[in-house]
Design a binder for this molecule. Structure first.
Ligand SMILES: Nc1ncnc2c1ncn2[C@@H]1O[C@H](COP(=O)(O)OP(=O)(O)OP(=O)(O)O)[C@@H](O)[C@H]1O
Ligand SMILES: [Mg+2]
Length: 252
């Protein structure tokens, strides 16, 4: 297997005495598209917050780019965070800023990059996500799918080695969702990034992932390739794939 970029070992996360993630162990390899599937509230966003060091595990270890982030200072974490791009579950664009200002946000805020250079970088990233010449539009003028792309372009400005997507296709119709799946795959191919996708969109995940982990009741219920998921006998996997109300998953 290629070099591991993320390594979780016996990782447990508890909040208010509740165990959200319970003794989780797996590796994510360089340039892999690794997806985490799970019901709403199973801790998928929590996992991304752990990887980006926004919260710390209760126990176990978590290595990112080979470094144990559980023992890092905030300054050390910031250096590592610069290599990651988190695409938020809800676009998280600033409504009062144009697409150019949203995508160029970190350059405007954190660097003295000259305006013409910012514009060139923004134009380049917008082209990369398939939205050329949209700089002067405002978020309210964009469809949901376009907003997701702008959110991705904004993250690409940091030239990340690791892209983390939180529900990239939620709220999108199947055709637009398919286009986002293709974009995620293309960015991996063109940029050589490692991608972690958390989602409950089974269809998307089966189509684009190299490997998938299904979280259930705080544990990794099943981990494998899309083909292995298709063929799995595990009743939780079967119920998840078919969306049936009949099975071990109780819907309250
Ligand atoms: N800071 C917090 N304080 C209390 N509970 C929290 C906190 N963060 C997360 N949780 C709880 O942890 C569980 C997992 O939340 P998380 O947002 O990770 O789920 P999710 O899998 O991303 O769900 P969804 O698919 O709806 O986005 C939820 O039950 C949530 O209420
Ligand atoms: Mg979530």
């Amino acid at each position: 297997m290629a070099k591991p970029i993320i390594q979780l070992e016996h990782l447990t996360y508890q909040v208010n005495g509740r165990t959200i993630l319970d003794d989780i162990t797996f590796d994510i390899a360089e340039q892999e598209i690794f997806s985490v599937l799970g019901l709403s509230g199973t801790g998928k966003t929590t996992l991304l917050r752990l990887i980006t060091g926004l919260i710390r595990p209760t126990s176990g270890s978590l290595r990112v780019f080979g470094q144990d982030i559980t023992v890092m200072s905030e300054d050390e974490m910031n250096v590592l965070r610069d290599r990651m791009g988190l695409v938020f579950q809800y676009g998280a664009l600033f409504d009062s800023l144009s697409v150019r200002e949203n995508v160029g946000f970190r350059l405007y805020e954190r660097t003295n990059t000259p305006e013409d250079e910012v514009r060139a970088i923004v134009a380049d990233k917008l082209r990369q996500v398939g939205l050329p010449n949209t700089e002067e539009l405002y978020p309210a003028e964009l469809s949901g799918g376009m907003q997701k792309r702008v959110g991705i372009a904004r993250v690409l400005v940091g030239d990340p080695d690791l892209l983390l997507y939180d529900e990239p296709t939620s709220g999108l119709d199947p055709v637009i969702a398919g286009a986002i799946d293709e974009l995620i795959t293309r960015l991996r191919d063109e940029l050589g990034v490692t991608s972690v996708v958390v989602s409950h969109d089974v269809h998307s995940v089966l189509r684009m992932s190299d490997r998938i982990a299904l979280l259930y009741q705080g544990k990794v219920q099943y981990l494998g390739t899309p083909q292995q998921f298709h063929d799995a006998d595990d009743p939780v996997v079967r119920q998840f794939l078919t969306g049936s109300s009949d099975g071990p998953i109780h819907v309250v």
